[in-house]
Write a protein that binds this ligand. Structure first.
Ligand code: SAH
Ligand code: SF4
Ligand code: F3S
Length: 446
């Protein structure tokens, strides 16, 4: 190896979009140290698994992946090389030392709030294994490099982290820590850089993004609505999205901001359940009616606003009646898409101790019924797009040759036959077919 040879870095990312953002920022930190991203773990110099702790399944996957990486590391070391294996993200934060016990070949364990210390951690890892799951007083955002990895045509910017809501089922307040908002100036600067690098769409991220209350340009605290209005002034930026919101934190200014053209007419607003009793047991701090009310207000400002949500099925104590309330809510709102999960008891969260467990087979049956309804609604929503002309932001090639894929304003995946040169552009597409999870269409030739 010459002194200038770069080191191979492989990162695998699970979980929410904030983890994707964090992975980009880890690249920003490691690039000056000579690391270059690779899409293959084999003979990598450093492997980072950026993990998710939200449900038990997500966590299990990490350990099965580690098991597969072990022989790669052994092989490299037998040949006289070195491979650092790091576990980052929310499993790292939650499990800490336990990861080293279960997988002693792991070199580094660090949480979402300490990855800015990576250069130091890498040096120390040559002497001993590192576990770094502090919540430092300083914010990583003030210490991360000013350079941004090019995220392409659609980019993420974390604006808020952590959560103070403590829903009883959720690990996020423990893995990400308490709520923190970045200041508006930094967010604007970072967004401008991403737009200069080619971003046309920016998604503002936070675990509870509409709790945002960062220092504004006038020195006063700004809410998310004001921030979006400021971001929308960036020239060359055509599309803004934000995720994930809590229904209780949809204030009037944010609702009004949905009249902005650049703010896309699609909102992910997780409700979790349609039963007031279950919402209470979840500590969601909102009722079913507040959710309906909020949707109504939003639709008044933007008539074509499409919604998506998350649901947890089989929360302890959920009766048939509670479940029917959820089904009823879905019917009333008519979602464009939804995610639904069976309740997963997470160690350390209050809901893990609630008795009244819903039998697995009942939860499975309910989940299947809900997913059938959701699929119908998705298909309805998608077939309603047939005949419309929608601007599509193309960001990748499809699986079939000659096919390119992009997103509609409503976040639908749109597949067309088209020239690869259209990738990274906003192009008008006439929609010809609608399915459960996608649309097909034809490029409108000007
Ligand atoms: N911050 C977001 C949610 C983050 S987690 C919010 O407030 O809505 C993403 C989704 O995972 C949640 O909306 C919830 O539906 C699901 N989820 C979280 N904890 C879960 C658990 N213990 N079991 C099953 N699903 C869970
Ligand atoms: Fe978790 Fe979201 Fe509830 Fe916060 S608001 S505790 S992130 S589900
Ligand atoms: Fe998962 Fe952590 Fe995001 S638990 S959903 S990666 S905040």
């Amino acid at each position: 190896m010459t002194a200038h040879a770069h080191k191979k870095l492989y990162i695998k990312t699970w979980g929410c979009q904030m983890n994707s953002y964090d992975s980009y920022r880890m690249i920003d930190i490691l690039t000056p140290l000579g690391y270059k991203i690779s899409d293959n773990p084999e003979d990598a110099d450093m492997i980072i698994l950026n993990t998710c702790h939200i449900r038990e399944k997500a966590t299990d996957k990490v350990f099965s992946d580690l098991g597969r990486l072990r022989p790669l590391k052994e092989r490299k070391e037998e040949a006289g090389g070195k491979m650092l294996i790091a576990v980052a993200g929310c499993v790292a934060q939650a499990e800490g030392d336990l990861i080293l016990k279960r997988a002693p070949y792991v070199d580094l364990v660090f949480g979402p709030q300490t990855y800015h210390e990576l250069p130091e951690m890498i040096i120390n890892a040559s002497k001993k294994r590192i576990v770094n799951t502090e919540f430092p007083i300083e914010s990583k955002f003030d210490l991360l490099p000013n350079e941004n990895t090019n995220q392409g045509v659609s980019a993420f910017v974390s604006i808020q982290e952590g959560c103070d809501r403590f829903c009883t089922f959720c690990v996020v307040p423990y893995t990400r820590g308490s709520e923190y908002s970045r200041n508006v100036n930094d967010i604007i600067e970072e967004s401008k850089k991403l737009v200069d690098q080619g971003a046309i769409e920016i998604t503002l991220l936070g675990q509870n993004v509409n709790a945002f209350h960062g220092d504004g340009l006038n020195g006063k605290a700004w809410g998310l609505g004001k921030l979006i209005q400021e971001v929308s002034k960036i020239e060359g930026l055509e599309r803004i999205r934000y995720t994930t919101s809590h229904p209780r934190d949809m204030d009037d200014e944010l609702i009004e901001t949905h009249s902005l053209e650049k703010l896309m007419p699609f909102l992910h607003l997780p409700v979790q359940s349609g039963s007031d009793k279950i919402l209470k047991a979840m500590n969601r701090k909102h009722t079913r009616d507040l959710y309906f009310e909020t949707i109504k207000k939003l639709r008044k400002v933007r008539a074509n606003l499409a919604f998506s949500s998350d649901f947890i099925i089989g929360f302890p104590g959920e009766t048939d009646k509670d479940f029917e309330d959820t089904m009823d809510m879905v019917r009333q709102v008519e979602f464009a898409s939804c995610y639904s999960f069976k309740f997963s008891a997470r160690p350390g969260t209050p809901a893990a101790n609630i008795q009244n467990i819903v039998h697995e087979s009942i939860a499975t049956e309910r989940l299947m019924r809900l997913q059938k309804l959701i699929n119908e609604q998705q298909r309805n929503f998608n077939t309603k797009s047939i005949g419309l002309t929608l601007p599509v932001l193309f960001d990748r090639k499809g699986k079939k040759s000659g096919q390119i894929v992009g997103r509609s304003p409503f976040n639908q995946s749109v597949y067309v036959n088209g020239n690869e040169q259209l990738i990274n552009n906003l192009v008008n597409v006439k929609i010809t077919e609608g399915f459960d999870n996608s649309l097909t269409g034809e490029i409108i030739v000007k």
